[in-house]
Ligand binder design. Structure first.
Ligand code: BGC
Length: 752
């Protein structure tokens, strides 16, 4: 992989520091204050007198968001802010391809710069702890290693364009319900082993110029006021000298936030002068309650980033210009979409279909025509275009094939209104209050009675609505079944949409919405060989999966989704995506269903510790529907010849190599995964954990050799007493496989 680790030509740290000090000396208190808080919904204040521009931010991560009015959450409505719609982070992660992560970051960075932005609020790298978390589609994986290894090249790709990545949301932002106030209770070891490693890699290896402090609390303190998280861990332990930006409205208390090393306050309201880091902080400084040194520290971090981005200083004229909607960007998007789709099941080698043999196809399901780019919350994109699956299939097959489309199930219209943007609304209840101090109102008996009545009324209305929808669905089902009977092939395209995968809400269960299970069961009765495809951002239950021959899963895969899907269905592309998260058979099987399900306000205790996702399914020996790392191909791969070499010195470095052979008739790519399983650990440890992987492309009949290096840290756990990672002496099994359950090679290595 070519990741240029270019040195940023802003001079040595010493020179840079002295340049920063020079500017700092010239700045007045008012000017410093203007730099550390918003002067627009997506920008900070500028200091024109000294040629310091405002910092322009934009969401992320699936593309550069449309332009909003400076003070209102209403899109300007330009026609010049349409952009490339990139695959979501969950799609990207399913490619298990670091080079594509780098290329995707490069596209995003170039588009952000092309749109004149300085900071792109991406990537989202929170760990997918519970399948119900509404923002999981924006995140990469349940696994810290996979997340870290993809985040690093992504960030480098972004920043090559003189745009800052802003990794978010630091940290433990595991649910959307009550997202501003929820307190995540997490123990030290879990924090260090699961929730921090990707952020650490993002700042230390990826060199992310900025990072976003999350809304939630950790162990009682809001992330943006959390001394331990920001000062001790991020700055001291990790040595971070970048800019920390608050999530929009995540700062609550002036003095507490001023005292920690968070640098920029952003929020959702237009009363910029009243932000905590605006007049309230200025007054506190003037009264001597807060030392000016805290503001200086923040300004230093901002200036350092501005130099790095060539926003100021003598290299200003060399700043990259970027561009957006370049044809080359769409090629990366297509390639990523192709590599992200996961063939979950393919009994009887039903797929791929032979384009020449089909004359009549029935395409069933609302996701065949649904546009997803404009939803999901702050990740919404004003896409230049989005190829739906139906359009992809139609353009792929051309005019000689008869394609009938049947919706199959009813999806209520969701008219988008920009009258009152959801983002502003999501924090509305807090307007005029001290955000963090917003106390939940005490309820009187009358209030309780009124709420009960309202709930009853709502229930009745919902019941009526359900009956109506059911009626509609029966009609649509009959039409779909008739279409399915007549066609040579039936392709179902269902799944989720951003009414479920969305910022600000968590899913209530893992069921497919809109009575899709009923429809699928019925259609499978008519057409046992129906090809079932899904678009969605998080796992769903598939109770009928035993009866289905073929299941193909796609996350929100960007503007080329339909083209990629068609190429896979008709075999022009051999699928190579692998699950970056466990697909449980039913939600009740998850560790989080027992305790700490997303969606409960107030407090969420991560009492499962390290044991969620595959770490839990492994320990409890529960079979998921589809395990972490799973994904089929149209060809077969045979693994052989595992060789392990331990470096003499300290016995703490292990080089492993093995062969993978493509024994089938098609070219294809395999993601070989390496897990480490401690044999008799001194402390409780997951049965095995992913520590390395590599994707390899192989022509039919060809063998490739994979060589990977494991270091001491890969064998380590976090020792709370020592406050460090330690790799105990002892035996470790090295497991090499095609998924976390399909282990093909095993070896033993002993650390001394
Ligand atoms: C989201 C962030 C986003 C920010 C700006 C917040 O509500 O949590 O992810 O970057 O808004 O739109």
């Amino acid at each position: 992989m070519i990741i240029k680790n270019k040195k940023n030509n802003v001079g040595t740290d010493k020179k840079l520091a002295s340049q920063i000090e020079k500017i700092l000396k010239k700045l007045t208190l008012e000017e410093k204050i203007s730099m550390i808080h918003a002067a627009g919904l997506f920008r900070t204040g500028a200091v024109e007198r000294l040629d310091i521009p405002s910092l322009k931010c934009s969401d992320g991560p699936m593309g550069v968001r449309c332009e909003f009015h400076n003070e209102r959450w209403i899109p300007i409505g330009n026609h010049d802010d349409l952009v490339t719609y990139l695959p979501s982070n969950s799609a990207l992660a399913s490619s298990w391809n670091e080079e594509l992560a780098y290329q995707s970051g490069k596209v995003l960075g170039e588009e952000a710069r092309g749109r004149g932005k300085d900071v792109i609020l991406a990537p989202g790298i929170n760990i997918k702890r519970d399948p119900l978390c509404g923002r999981n589609f924006e995140y990469m994986s349940e696994d810290p290693k996979l997340t870290a290894t993809l985040a690093v090249p992504f960030i480098k790709g972004v920043q090559e364009n003189d745009v800052a990545a802003c990794v978010k949301h630091f940290a433990c932002n595991v649910q959307e319900t009550d997202r501003l106030m929820v307190d995540t209770i997490v123990d030290e070891r879990t924090l260090y082993e699961i929730y921090l490693p990707a952020f650490r890699a993002a700042v230390q290896e990826g060199g992310s110029y900025s990072l976003m402090g999350a809304y939630n609390k950790i162990n009682g303190t809001h992330c943006c006021e959390n001394k331990r998280l920001l000062d001790s861990i991020l700055r001291k332990e990790w040595g971070y000298d970048g800019t920390v930006i608050s999530d929009w409205g995540a700062i609550h208390k002036t003095k507490e936030a001023a005292a920690v090393t968070i640098d920029v306050e952003m929020s959702v309201f237009p009363d910029f002068d009243d932000y905590k880091f605006a007049n309230p902080l200025k007054e506190a400084i003037e009264k001597g309650e807060v030392p000016i040194s805290v503001v200086d520290g923040k300004v230093r971090n901002i200036l350092r980033m501005m130099f790095r981005l060539k926003m100021i200083g003598k290299y200003k004229n060399m700043r990259k210009t970027g561009t957006y909607n370049a044809p080359a960007h769409r090629e990366i998007v297509l390639k990523t979409a192709e590599e992200s789709m996961i063939l979950l099941k393919n009994d009887n080698n039903k797929l791929p279909l032979d384009k020449k043999k089909v004359k009549k196809i029935a395409v069933i399901g609302r996701n065949a025509v649904k546009i997803h780019s404009d939803g999901g919350g702050s990740a919404e994109i004003k896409a230049l275009y989005e190829i739906s699956p139906l359009m992809g299939i139609k353009t792929y097959l051309g005019g000689n094939v008869d394609i009938i489309y049947a919706p199959g199930y009813y999806v209520p219209e969701d008219p988008k209104t920009f009258e009152h943007n959801w983002q502003e609304k999501s924090l509305d209840e807090l307007e005029g209050t001290d955000i963090g101090m917003a106390v939940r109102k005490e309820e009187t008996p009358d209030d309780i009675e009124a709420t009960k009545k309202e709930e009853m009324k709502l229930k009745e209305e919902q019941e009526k609505e359900r009956e109506l929808v059911h009626e509609k669905n029966r009609k649509l089902l009959a039409e779909a079944a008739a279409a399915a009977k007549e066609a040579d092939e039936v392709i179902f395209v269902g799944g989720l949409n951003h009414n479920f995968d969305s910022e600000g809400i968590d899913r209530q269960n893992m069921e497919l919405p809109y009575e899709q299970d009923l429809l699928i069961e019925e259609l499978l009765r008519v057409r046992k060989d129906m090809i079932i495809t899904f678009i969605g951002g998080s796992p769903v239950e598939m109770p009928w999966r035993g009866k289905a021959e073929t299941i193909l899963w796609s996350y929100y895969a960007g503007m080329e989704t339909g083209n990629a899907l068609a190429k896979i269905i008709f075999g022009e592309v051999n699928p190579s995506g692998k699950l970056a998260e466990t697909f449980p058979a039913k939600y009740e099987d998850c560790a989080t269903a027992r305790n700490g399900q997303s969606g409960i306000p107030g407090k969420i205790t991560l009492s499962e510790g390290l044991y969620y996702g595959y770490r839990y399914f492994d320990r409890e020996r529960i079979a998921p529907a589809f395990c972490f790392g799973h994904g089929l191909s149209y060809t077969n791969f045979v693994y052989s010849n595992l060789v392990m070499k331990q470096e003499k010195e300290g016995n703490k470095i292990v080089k492993i190599s093995f062969n993978v052979k493509n024994t089938g008739k098609r070219a294809g790519a395999e993601v070989a995964q390496v897990y480490i399983a401690p044999i008799s650990p001194k402390v409780g440890r997951p049965v095995k954990e992913l520590k390395a992987y590599q994707k390899i492309n192989l022509q039919p009949g060809k063998t490739g050799k994979i060589t990977l290096t494991l270091i001491a840290k890969d064998f380590a756990y976090f020792d709370v007493d020592l406050h460090d990672f330690i790799a105990d002496a002892g035996d470790y099994e090295i497991l090499v496989g095609s998924s976390c359950q399909d282990i093909r090679l095993k070896g033993l290595c002993t650390l001394s």
